[in-house]
Design a protein around this ligand. Structure first.
Ligand code: G1P
Length: 295
């Protein structure tokens, strides 16, 4: 059995939902309190046992590469200012993981971005993490749960959670092979559609930015025609792999934030700040004051 040891993080999007900030910076570098969102995604991959990470970028994303690199001048200046702990913290980021980069030259969609990883991945199963979905683990990282499911079934695994029915048109939605009971953490899927109209959604289980995929996907992606939104959809290609092997959904645990959405981003920022010992009490007092003033 092949171990899942490589992950792909597509990060070549234009970030239009966060303009004007993303006019001059990648959306993946927007911080939750003081840490860029891409840092959390890379950390989840590492904690799930991934060795090598490929980030799919474009020409505007150099700051992401700098972030995962060593910055000698900054470290030297921090040390000179006796800020050794901070110097160590920024140094550590460069040794978090083996991070590689490749550019997607045209914005042709998520499926096309994943195709850019073909030669990096080769002939082995791999993980995909989307940067818009941040998952705070309950006990195990979301991706680790998918990898465990892959080790059990050795086939494509989609990370899903239930979403409000009215939001099913925002996601890839799976069609479970039979009724899903609350205790079913892994279930078989008979179909998978990208952003269906709400009235046509086959269930409320949405794919939320975590996948374990098999390498036969690449050949399929090479022939996948543009779908919803005129883009080459990963969902359409995964659907085709069902001709080769079954498709499973892993109903992962953890608090998921849609940080690609402004309100989701605000919620994550507040929750993360509340959990920090340096900021939590101040933020809590401030929120209490705001709530009182609003009454
Ligand atoms: C992408 C996928 C979709 C998935 C979603 C999760 O859509 O195409 O299937 O449900 O991510 O966040 P996007 O949000 O990039 O349009």
């Amino acid at each position: 059995m092949q171990r899942v040891r490589k992950a792909v993080i597509p990060a070549a999007g234009l970030g239009t939902r966060f303009l004007p900030a993303t006019k001059a910076m990648p959306k993946e570098m927007l911080p939750i309190v003081d840490t860029p969102t891409i840092h959390f995604i890379v950390e989840e991959a590492i904690k799930s046992g991934i060795d090598d990470i490929l980030i799919i970028t474009n020409s505007t994303k150099n700051s992401m590469e700098n972030y995962f690199d060593v910055n000698y001048e900054l470290e030297m200046r921090l040390k000179q200012a006796h800020k050794d702990a901070l110097a160590d913290e920024v140094h550590q980021i460069a040794s978090l993981a083996n991070v590689y980069y490749i550019r997607q030259k045209e914005p042709k969609g998520l499926g096309h971005a994943i195709l850019c990883a073909k030669s990096f991945i080769g002939d082995e199963p791999f993980a995909v993490l989307l940067g818009d979905d941040l998952v705070v683990p309950q006990d195990k990282p979301a991706l680790q749960q998918l990898i465990d499911a892959y080790n059990d079934k050795q086939t494509t695994i989609l990370g899903v959670q239930k979403v409000p029915h009215s939001e099913t048109n925002k996601y890839g939605i799976v069609s479970p092979s039979k009724e899903v009971r609350p205790q079913d953490t892994l279930f078989k899927v008979t179909d998978f559609v990208e952003k269906p109209p709400v009235e046509k959604a086959p269930s409320d289980y949405a794919v939320l930015g975590r996948y374990v995929l098999t390498p036969d996907l690449f050949e399929i992606l090479e022939h996948t025609q543009p779908g919803v939104g005129g883009e080459i959809q990963l969902t359409d290609a995964i659907r085709q792999t069902m001709k080769n092997h079954p498709l499973y959904a892993c109903n992962f645990t953890g608090e998921r934030y849609d940080i690609g959405d402004k309100f989701g981003y605000m919620k994550a920022s507040i929750d993360f700040a509340l959990k920090r010992s340096d900021l939590g009490p101040k933020v809590r007092d401030y929120i209490k004051k705001l709530a009182k003033d609003m009454q």
